[in-house]
Design a protein around this ligand. Structure first.
Ligand SMILES: Nc1ncnc2c1ncn2[C@@H]1O[C@H](COP(=O)(O)OP(=O)(O)O)[C@@H](O)[C@H]1O
Ligand SMILES: [Mg+2]
Length: 478
């Protein structure tokens, strides 16, 4: 492909030779002969530092943000933002042939995208999915490395979706992705907002930045579906030209309201009220299942799916791996795996399990290393306040000393009367929790969710909690 074709729609500030390009990358390790290398400045590495090296390695040209005084450079204002349309051009702008649905918010994105996919498929649509757990082209699964992949991977997934005749792509749009221009140039038919609470503040630094980055999605969509019960719900779509559709639990001024909610360990039930009313029976337990299924249902309704089809699809939906996932065991207590790893996520999951628990709620949790440290005592305080017992352990300590992270967590637990146990090794912690479980307890393993690894100071190890539970139970029952 000609360089000029790749740069279609990108404002270039200098003259360049219109050479032939074989592929595009921003990863210096991937550069091959004939490639276009896009220099991006990251937190620990700046692609500009290796621009000449990449040309020596065979790259045909480099995209830069400042004049490096080298041959075959393309100068643009912002390389991160340019990378998205360049990749779109490379893959033939597949997103133009897809109806994009983007989900943003602190919690509930993954669950809600899966639900939307299932509702649309229920009425015969072909749907692709982009998100934290996995990427999908109809039923075909591709591994996901980030919640929202980098533009090259994202556009290549779009290409696969178009080739498979998908009509829709439902995707999680993280605030990082929005802030970094990973979805620059994409237009969404529908954008949906779940909620906004403290998370990723280590990356965005301020609440204002975090809020503004989420808003970018709604500046680029036709229909905005938003949560009236969240204090940022209306703010995030304020003064934007898109059509706004609201949902709420109990607030009649919303376009769609969930009423008379009933919780059980089998799921949630509520009346979906608009100009029609019908009872929804969502088989995923927990209070936020009301919000996630409501949001998904409203998105589908806003896209024109028939009311009764939406109600039927929610009632028949499957759960999502690692999202309030009940692990089958032959025990008189219940084991649940959930991805909650923020103060807010933990608060939501524990309090909603308390609502359905007949025995104790025992929370096994830790906090990630090399991430926002202020979360640790907060998570400790919340877990201790809401649970009947806590097992404090490790959750991806990364380069940090696990016992130091645990100390930070315990700082938030020092004023509580809730009994707890510290077991640094997560596998041992899970075994300890199962060994000490009582009849009717809910043992919540919080933090890992769908992940099947643990990142230790010594590197990444395989760690699948379903396997850990199975092994522990075998040992206990020996
Ligand atoms: N609507 C919600 N409100 C609050 N917490 C939620 C909601 N949905 C899910 N959660 C909690 O957050 C965790 C992450 O849910 P997920 O669907 O993966 O969201 P995301 O993709 O936004 O991280 C879940 O495991 C659950 O504990
Ligand atoms: Mg997610």
């Amino acid at each position: 492909m000609k360089l000029s074709q790749l740069l279609n729609g990108v404002k270039v500030e200098n003259n360049y030779n219109d050479v032939e390009i074989s592929d595009v990358t921003s990863d210096s390790r991937e550069v091959k002969n004939g490639d276009l290398f896009v220099c991006i400045k990251g937190a620990s590495f700046d692609g500009h530092d290796v621009a000449q090296e990449m040309l020596d390695k065979g790259a045909s040209a480099v995209v830069v943000e400042r004049d490096l005084g080298i041959e075959n450079q393309i100068i643009v204002d912002d390389t991160r933002k340019a990378y998205s349309p360049i990749c779109a051009n490379y893959f033939g702008n597949p997103a133009n042939e897809l109806k994009l649905i983007g989900l943003t918010g602190t919690n509930g994105k993954t669950t809600t995208t899966f639900l939307i996919k299932q509702i649309l498929e229920n009425v015969g649509k072909k749907v692709g999915l982009i998100g934290t757990v996995q990427n999908m082209v109809c039923d075909e699964v591709y591994p996901a490395h980030y919640t929202t992949p980098d533009p090259h991977e994202l556009q290549s997934m779009f290409r696969k979706m178009v080739d498979a005749h998908c009509e829709y792509c439902v995707m999680e749009v993280s605030s990082q992705a929005l802030a970094q221009g990973r979805v620059e140039g994409l237009h969404f038919l529908l954008g949906a907002f779940t909620n906004l609470t403290q998370d990723h503040l280590d990356y965005h630094k301020t609440w204002e930045n975090y809020f503004l980055s989420k808003r970018i999605l709604f500046e680029n969509c036709d229909i905005a579906v938003t949560n009236l019960d969240d204090r940022s719900g209306l703010e995030i779509v304020k003064n934007l030209p898109c059509k706004v559709v609201t949902y709420s639990v109990d607030n009649n001024s919303a376009d769609y309201t969930a009423k008379n909610v009933v919780f059980s360990s089998k799921g949630v039930q509520y009346e979906l009220v608009c100009d029609e009313i019908s009872r929804v029976n969502c088989p995923i337990p927990g209070r936020f299942s009301v919000y996630n299924s409501l949001c998904a249902g409203v998105c589908a309704l806003a896209l024109g799916v028939d009311f009764n089809d939406v109600i039927g699809a929610i009632s028949n939906c499957n759960g999502v791996k690692g999202r309030i996932e009940v692990v089958p065991t032959d025990t008189d207590y219940t084991v649940i795996i959930d991805y909650a790893h923020s103060p807010d996520g933990l608060e939501n999951i524990i309090s909603s399990l308390k609502e359905i628990a007949q025995g104790r709620v025992v929370t096994v949790f830790g906090c990630g290393g090399d991430r926002d440290r202020t979360k640790r005592p907060k998570m400790g305080a919340i877990a201790a306040k809401l649970s009947d017992f806590c097992v404090v352990t490790s959750d991806n300590p990364r380069s940090e000393n696990p016992s130091k992270i645990i100390d930070d967590i315990l700082e938030g637990m020092k004023d509580t009367k809730t009994p707890y146990e510290v077991v640094e090794n997560r596998k041992d912690a899970i075994k300890w929790a199962l060994e000490n479980a009582k009849k009717n307890d809910i043992i919540l393993l919080a933090g890992k969710g769908h992940e099947t690894y643990q990142i230790l100071p010594t590197g990444r190890i395989h760690f699948d909690e379903r396997e850990v539970i199975k092994e522990a139970l075998e040992e206990i029952n020996k």
